[in-house]
Design a protein around this ligand. Structure first.
Ligand SMILES: NC(=O)c1ccc[n+]([C@@H]2O[C@H](COP(=O)([O-])OP(=O)(O)OC[C@H]3O[C@@H](n4cnc5c(N)ncnc54)[C@H](OP(=O)(O)O)[C@@H]3O)[C@@H](O)[C@H]2O)c1
Length: 433
């Protein structure tokens, strides 16, 4: 292989960008050995040229003009680690038109415009790799597309957002309130100052759309993902979970049954013995079920400068190998199947339902007969008096039922005269039912 220097341009030089520069610098020998020549970071686009960046101010050409990077004829590969969607998409399209290969860590962009960018890349004979966009340091996209390429994946279930996992871990273990833990997470840098995308499940939904698209070879859009966040979870919910032998996690599920798909992100009760229930703090994990391989699980840091940069630089290595072998533009596969979604009647799971009911004779019989009318049986049930002696708390774990029946049940429970309110309800996964 020729030993010319592979020149790289960064779009963004923040947390991940610096990590990329550090890894390329620290691991130069190993990288050079793998790709048969040196890799050099030539320039980086930033917003604020006055910002203090230590030694990097001298080592990398910093610019505020995107054209200096994406139109530089010496640059082979662009690494996009600036974030953003619309403006960034235009920059990457321009980069592709200049025949630059792209690595991106941007799940917001890939969930929204991934298929269009991949199509354009193929037309220009370029590669687009985006390993870091899902679960940071865990090489899950490569695992799905290469490691498990021979299998037919039927289910992917994971914790793909570190912020919410950190919050739920602290709430469960230290019995702290949601708002207090969120403030602490913001102080420690685990949560953004505007945490909405994380806590309302949007960030995880984008990652699940990417995973489902690759895992099922079907163009799953963000709008196809049913999303519910963690902001409504109370300490009481978590106490009942524990009492019943479950742990609450924000779980992304992508499931395929006979070609029909279901993709969701929602707070979910897992049996406390389930491997995902033991993924703590800001860590991520993805559980993959393949028809042939059975169950596999991948665990690691979902974010952070060096873990994320490891995924980015691994993509850089893959593209560089392709450049040297002159085989770029073949990495992206167009989906084989349509994204045909299940109806709510076809989506089966168990549910946790917590009710405040009138504490008098006959109430319980009426609640149970409502469930019986819908042919929904109970796996577990707890009834406790509330401090207000007129009310009792009833917590039910159902056996498997459809989401359509569950929604109908909740509607009917909300209008029953003996029920003060449906305090909360969640999906339950991994049970025996
Ligand atoms: N941080 C993580 O752990 C992590 C994990 C997985 C994926 N990601 C993804 O990686 C990407 C980067 O994240 P990050 O945490 O590294 O972000 P960051 O620390 O905020 O860095 C962003 C960088 O991009 C530059 N930038 C932003 N907007 C720009 C614009 N309009 N024009 C020019 N430069 C601009 C900033 O310039 P200045 O330095 O001048 O401000 C900064 O250097 C995002 O897509 C994120 O979702 C991050």
């Amino acid at each position: 292989m020729e030993r010319r220097v592979i020149q790289v341009g960064l779009l963004g030089f923040g947390t991940v960008g610096r990590g990329v520069a550090e890894i390329v610098s620290r691991h130069q020998n190993e990288l050079e050995h793998q790709v048969g020549g040196p890799i050099s970071i030539k320039s980086a686009l930033v917003k604020d040229l006055q910002k203090e960046r230590g030694e990097w101010n001298e080592r990398i050409q910093l610019t505020a003009d995107p054209a200096d990077v994406i139109e530089d004829p010496e640059i082979d590969i662009i690494i996009e680690v600036m974030g953003g969607i619309e403006e960034t998409k235009l920059l990457l399209e321009k980069a592709l038109s200049h025949k630059k290969h792209i690595v991106t860590a941007n799940k917001d962009l890939m969930a929204e415009y991934g298929s269009s960018l991949l199509q354009q890349a193929a037309e220009h004979g370029c590669d687009v790799y985006y390993e870091a966009s899902v679960a940071g340091g865990i090489p899950i996209l490569r695992t799905i597309t290469e490691g498990l390429a021979a299998d037919r994946i039927t289910k992917m279930m994971g914790i793909v957002n570190g912020t919410t996992n950190y919050i739920l871990t602290k709430m469960s273990k230290e019995k702290l309130a949601y708002t207090d833990v969120l403030k602490e997470a913001q102080r420690l840098g685990f949560a953004e100052s505007d945490p909405t995308a994380d806590v309302e499940g949007l960030d995880a939904a984008r990652k699940m759309a990417i995973l489902a698209t690759l895992g099922f070879s079907a163009p799953v859009q963000l709008a196809d993902v049913a999303v519910k966040g963690i902001s409504g979870i109370s300490g009481v919910d978590l106490e009942f979970c524990e009492q019943l032998g479950y742990t609450m996690k924000l779980i992304g599920i992508a499931q395929r049954d006979e070609g029909r798909l279901e993709v969701s992100v929602e707070p979910t009760l897992l049996p406390s013995s389930h491997p995902l229930a033991n993924v703590q703090n800001e860590y991520n994990a993805v559980f993959v079920h393949g028809e042939a391989v059975g169950e596999t699980m991948f665990y690691g840091p979902g974010a952070g400068s060096l873990p994320t940069a490891t995924a980015v630089v691994s993509d850089l290595v893959s593209i560089t190998k392709n450049v040297k072998r002159k085989v770029n533009g073949f990495a992206q596969h167009l989906p084989l199947y349509p994204a045909t979604l299940k109806t709510e009647e076809e989506m089966q799971s168990q549910f946790f339902i917590r009710l405040h009911v009138e504490d008098r004779t006959g109430t319980f019989a009426r609640v149970t007969s409502l469930f019986a009318n819908h042919d929904v049986s109970f796996e577990k049930l707890i009834q406790l008096p509330l401090e207000n002696k007129m009310l009792a708390e009833v917590v039910i774990i159902t056996h498997l039922t459809s989401r359509a029946v569950y929604k109908q049940l909740i509607n009917e429970l909300e209008t029953m005269d003996v029920i003060e309110r449906v305090a909360s309800s969640y999906r339950v996964e991994g049970g025996n039912a």
